[in-house]
Design a protein around this ligand. Structure first.
Ligand code: WT7
Length: 659
């Protein structure tokens, strides 16, 4: 055969579409013309978006791409990011608007207005300055979802210091690697955190991490769990300071200084499946412009009317871009919840939505599938009629989970926006516009106005409609990463070398166009399976499995196979009400996949498991499942959210049946 095999086969078809209602479309922030406006003059378009912000000095040039891949956006402009997220809303007369409805896991609450937020951020900024922190210094923050986490991030932004937020559940080793890589001067943490109804120590881990860490001068400790922790909080005199003792006495007056548009705003480390974590660098003007713009058009946010809730943790980019910066720049009123979704019961999120009349809810497919597993009867007990936009991010959302989300949570009427982006992109890149797009379940559909994305083959040539390949971003965008901290070579190598001739940014994801040219994300290219020469995406087989009424979640891997190269091995979790029907049920599932996408994708083996191994941000660790599928000793499990999962799977397999 002379025909070149495609980068990725296009197997699954999904034909349901959901156009916005006339009512929604009529009131939407973004109208269909936005695409043409942006296409007509991209730089002019972004200049208009930057006008959403308040600039101290206007830029002289929108984009400087002469030193690619190092972009400069809004060149010569100066602004203060924290002023844009806080002060200007108070100045425009909205000081009494609630910025944050905070809910602690044990049930304590705190409502923080914009006027109060301004005071808290100003005091924290004064406190950091008093400790000698200056613009360009790095402050590491390891905190759970408490208001001080947001105050601390904004205080850094206000004085031009970079924050490096480290997820609260990360180990001392992970924290230390990040503190050292950036030579953080200050670490902000808490005494402890509430998780699943119990107080667990936090500072003790930080102490362990910081033994001998030379860059760290001070550790600021928020008191959260206090006497609920067993024993006293360990203390290092001269280094450790209580947040309340340091911050509460500071003046609430603080003059924000304007920084260059390209002044660094933060570093955020991506875990990466192998090797040392990469410190992704984001800067100020472009980042804030794109996060504010996308938060406005993708979620259709109306300041002062909507109540918004993004369920991410500030330890991830979603928390940075869509809890802190974009939403606050847009004068959001938002819910911030400290705890886990099943504490004290599995209806916790719905109870919060009902109580606070949440209208925009943004979460991850992994959680949606967990809700499916818990059963539709749980959300049915609550009044969710305040909801008007639902969002998803983090992984491909299977059509079935998408439909469940819209029907069960969105009363079969709210638009669902499947937003594709990355830590590196800083903000949403590919997503439906809720008042414009006829949504297709499982597709992120189209690059947003102002953004350009393509699906290309191995040679960098764009594939046709119906074709599969690699997702690239072929034009610079305002919130793009500006580098990997301290490692220019790694930045070029990871993102810009694959399609260096074309100058494309390689996202590492597989994708396809459908017949209308809409984009479907197909998972990381490292996960693509090769079965008898067919390049099959894990996402498509997983989606086919989840479309079976008994399946809540599925993870699929390719395992070495003597005849086909790789064979498809699937791990499935059944829905709450499904019974494990043994051999026959497994046969039914295999046939179901064959029917949905074709015999080539029929799993060689299906294993029913109680849990799947996931990273702490909810991504399935297929590497570990490949170890199981190939009967190998299981590799490094240190980044697993729950380290007991692999034991559960192995035990389940020994007692369960294989095909
Ligand atoms: C990777 C980036 C962006 C915030 C959370 C994750 C996957 C993300 C989608 C989506 C399909 C998605 C991609 C991407 N991903 N959103 N809507 N559809 N895949 O940030 O940890 O940097 O991960 O998440 O594989 O490359 P991240």
């Amino acid at each position: 055969m002379t025909e070149q095999s495609p980068a990725l086969d296009n197997l699954l078809t999904e034909s349901r579409t959901f156009p916005p209602s006339a009512e929604f479309a009529g009131q939407a922030n973004a109208k269909a013309e936005l695409y043409a406006t942006a296409d007509a003059d991209r730089e002019q378009f972004w200049a208009e978006q930057a006008e959403r912000l308040s600039w101290d000095t206007k830029w002289s040039q929108v984009l400087d791409w002469t030193n690619a891949p190092f972009a400069k956006w809004f060149v010569g402009g100066k602004l203060n990011v924290a002023y844009n997220c806080v002060d200007r809303h108070v100045e425009s007369g909205h000081g009494d608007q609630v910025a944050i409805h905070w809910i602690g896991e044990p049930g304590d609450t705190r409502d923080i207005t914009y006027a109060q937020l301004k005071d808290e951020v100003s005091k924290a900024a004064n406190a950091l300055t008093a400790l000698g922190v200056v613009a360009g210094d790095i402050v590491a923050i390891q905190l759970q979802m408490i208001p001080e986490a947001i105050f601390a991030m904004l205080a850094c932004a206000r004085i031009g210091a970079l924050h490096s937020v480290v997820f609260g559940g990360f180990s001392p080793t992970a924290l230390r690697a990040r503190v050292d890589d950036a030579a953080a001067k200050i670490v902000i943490t808490s005494d402890g955190q509430y998780r699943r109804g119990k107080a667990a120590p936090m500072k003790a881990n930080v102490d362990e991490a910081l033994q001998g860490a030379e860059s760290v001068q001070k550790v600021i400790v928020v008191k959260r769990t206090g006497s609920d922790l067993d024993g006293e909080t360990p203390w290092t005199d001269g280094r450790d300071l209580w947040w309340h003792e340091l911050v509460d006495g500071q003046s609430a007056e603080h003059q924000p200084e304007a920084f260059d548009s390209e002044h660094p705003l933060f570093i955020l480390y991506t875990s990466g499946t192998t090797g040392k974590p990469k410190g992704i660098l984001h800067t100020s003007g472009g980042f804030l412009t794109q996060t504010a713009y996308t938060h406005n058009v993708v979620f259709d946010h109306k300041p002062g009317e909507d109540v918004y809730w993004c369920t991410a943790d500030i330890g991830w980019i979603t928390g940075h871009s869509y809890i802190v910066y974009g939403p606050l720049a847009n004068r959001v009123t938002q819910v911030v919840y400290e705890g886990t979704p099943n504490t004290p019961h599995e209806g916790r999120h719905w109870e919060i939505i009902q109580k606070y009349q949440v209208s925009i809810y943004y979460t991850a497919p992994t959680l949606i599938r967990t809700f499916m597993k818990w059963g539709a009867d749980i959300p049915a007990r609550y009044d969710l009629t305040s909801l008007r936009v639902l969002g998803s991010v983090g992984e491909p959302i299977n059509p079935e989970a998408w439909i469940w989300y819209r029907e069960t949570i969105g009363a079969n009427k709210t638009p669902v926006v499947d937003t594709w982006w990355q830590t590196e992109t800083g903000a949403i890149m590919i997503s439906p516009l809720p008042g414009v797009t006829s949504a297709k379940p499982g597709s992120a559909q189209r690059a947003l106005p102002g953004i350009s994305a393509k699906v290309v083959d191995d040679t960098g040539t764009e594939v046709g409609h119906g074709g599969g390949g690699y997702l690239v971003l072929d034009k610079p965008w305002p919130s793009m990463l500006r580098g990997v901290w301290g490692d220019e070579e790694r930045f070029r190598e990871t993102y810009w070398s694959r399609f260096a001739d074309q100058g494309y940014y390689f996202a590492g994801d597989g994708a396809k166009y459908d017949d209308d040219g809409d984009i479907w994300l197909l998972g990381r290219v490292d996960d693509v399976m090769n079965v008898s020469g067919h390049r099959i995406s894990t996402t498509e087989v997983e989606s086919a499995l989840v479309s079976h009424p008994t399946v809540a979640e599925a993870a699929v891997v390719g395992a070495t196979d003597p005849t086909t190269g790789q064979g498809i091995v699937a791990f499935v979790i059944l829905r709450g009400d499904a019974v494990d029907g043994g051999d026959q049920a497994v046969q039914d599932l295999r046939n179901h996949v064959a029917k949905e996408i074709g015999p080539i994708a029929k799993p060689r083996q299906i294993m029913v498991v109680p849990e799947l191994p996931k990273t702490r941000s909810g991504k399935i660790m297929r590497r570990l499942l490949r170890d199981v599928a190939e009967n190998r000793a299981i590799g490094d499990v240190t980044t697993l959210a729950d380290s007991s999962v692999m034991a559960l799977i192995s035990t389940g397999l020994q007692s369960g049946k294989e095909e």
